[in-house]
Design a protein around this ligand. Structure first.
Ligand code: NAD
Length: 411
């Protein structure tokens, strides 16, 4: 049987217990979700499994997206809710961690069914959702339209307006314009800091390979390209393209959006997904799925730096091997936090009724991403680079959660 994602998390917690000398009670508090809600959505006589998991609410209400995907499982939703707990704490948001998932293939249903599933999700879980309880958002294969249906169903159920119960909404329903490409924007801000602090400005001709050419991957490729970095390879689930001189990202985006396949019209060198990961580039950006670098392919990875935009793209074992080889991995919980930071702005606007100036929010967004990176980086320097950036990020986040639990009298 394949290793569960949550088993990797437990192994990381064991490491942190040793480093920080945490008690068994503290580890238990960090290993068991506060609430697992599960339902079977009845769609045309067929039962579809759905979960909403609140991992922790020590720092505030739960916060985390809802994923529609045929491979959704309780193990995956639980792991994603754990990562949300860590991420929200690390970037100092007043949230606990949560996540939702519905196990079906959204590409195989029409819009009417998609709406029905979205509404039934809320019917099943509205008791555990709310602006002060647990606040969902989009994730893989869910979008602003789905958030709009969910909001509408929730408000029908509870009988009052409550836009702050969900984020990632369309602008007309009190969404926030920053949200669309916030994940890539946040990742780009972190990358620029990493180049300055870790790589060094002297390396002007940095080369990047990007796995995943969807929302996050395309946006980050565009941002890197526009600011003069060299993106030499990109791939999607059907394969990738490679040009050492640098790729025409705009042109590739056009092809991807028209033909759903980034390599469709490419005349140069095509590469498989495996080959893309193994290219000799300075920076590898992972923006596709979980478990992409494992014990099987880790020895063939040649990049010196890895940026994780996807959640959990490197397994526990591969992570250790890469660290011992000197590869610097900038972890998902920091790199992809831009999405939830923009969601936080949306939620505060919804709650107060104030509409904040976009320029002001952009400044706030940038300073939050930079200060989060600086916090992790200075801890890394303090530890003389002997502990990896992911473990240090976990430690910073966990200390705060445990302190909140102690103050509440739960420890
Ligand atoms: P998306 O569905 O828009 O894009 C995913 C891309 O990955 C697609 O181009 C797909 O073809 C490609 N892909 C799938 N399998 C692949 C493989 N084996 N090799 C190469 N490419 C492959 O999703 P997204 O919103 O861009 O999210 C990407 C990752 O970032 C996910 O792990 C998601 O959880 C994470 N993330 C996204 C956000 C966000 O706001 N978009 C926020 C936080 C984290």
């Amino acid at each position: 049987m394949a290793t569960k994602i949550f088993d990797n998390i437990l192994r990381r917690l064991e490491d942190i217990q040793k480093i920080e000398k945490l008690s068994d009670k503290e580890i238990e508090l960090l290993s068991i979700p506060k609430r697992i809600s599960k339902d079977e959505l009845n769609i045309d006589g067929k039962k579809i499994l759905a979960w909403r998991i609140l991992f922790s609410d020590a720092l505030g209400p739960g916060k985390g997206g809802i994923r529609f995907h045929p491979n959704v499982s309780e193990d995956e939703v639980k792991s994603l809710s754990f990562w949300m707990m860590i991420k929200n704490s690390l970037v100092d948001l007043p949230y606990g961690g949560a996540k939702g998932g519905v196990k079906f293939n959204p590409k195989e249903v029409d819009s009417e069914t998609l709406q029905e599933i979205s509404r039934k999700f809320v019917d099943g879980f509205f008791n555990v959702l709310g602006q002060d309880i647990d606040i969902p958002a989009p994730d893989v294969y869910t979008n602003s339209q789905i958030m709009a249906w969910m909001l509408d169903e929730y408000e029908k159920k509870v009988g009052h307006h409550e836009p702050g119960m969900i984020t990632g909404k369309p602008l007309e329903l009190q969404g926030c314009s920053l949200r669309d490409d916030a994940t890539a924007k946040g990742a780009f801000i972190v990358i620029k800091e990493v180049v300055k602090d870790l790589i060094g400005e002297q390396k002007k001709e940095l080369t990047f390979a990007i796995q995943g050419f969807g929302n996050a991957g395309q946006n980050i490729a565009r941002m890197l390209n526009e600011s003069g970095f060299k993106v030499v390879a990109v791939s999607d689930s059907k394969g990738g393209v490679h040009d050492e001189k640098g790729l025409d990202i705009k042109g590739l985006s056009k092809v991807k959006n028209e033909k759903k396949e980034v390599s469709a019209d490419f005349n140069g060198r095509k590469v498989s997904n495996e080959e893309l990961l193994e290219l000799k580039v300075d920076v590898l950006v992972l923006a596709a799925l979980e478990n992409q670098i494992t014990k099987e392919n880790v020895d063939r990875i040649q990049s010196e730096y890895i940026i994780e935009i996807a959640n959990g793209p490197i397994t526990y074992d591969a992570d250790k091997i890469l660290f011992n080889k000197g590869v610097k991995i900038i972890p998902d919980i920091l790199v992809n936090a831009g999405g939830v930071v923009a969601s936080y702005f949306e939620w505060t606007q919804n709650r107060t009724g104030n509409i904040l100036d976009e320029k002001y929010l952009e400044g706030l967004f940038e300073s939050k991403m930079i200060s989060s990176w600086k916090k992790v980086f200075s801890f890394f320097q303090e530890k003389q680079e002997r502990i990896d950036l992911r473990t240090l990020s976990y430690i910073l986040a966990i200390k705060k959660i445990l302190s909140a639990e102690r103050l509440r009298g739960n420890l």
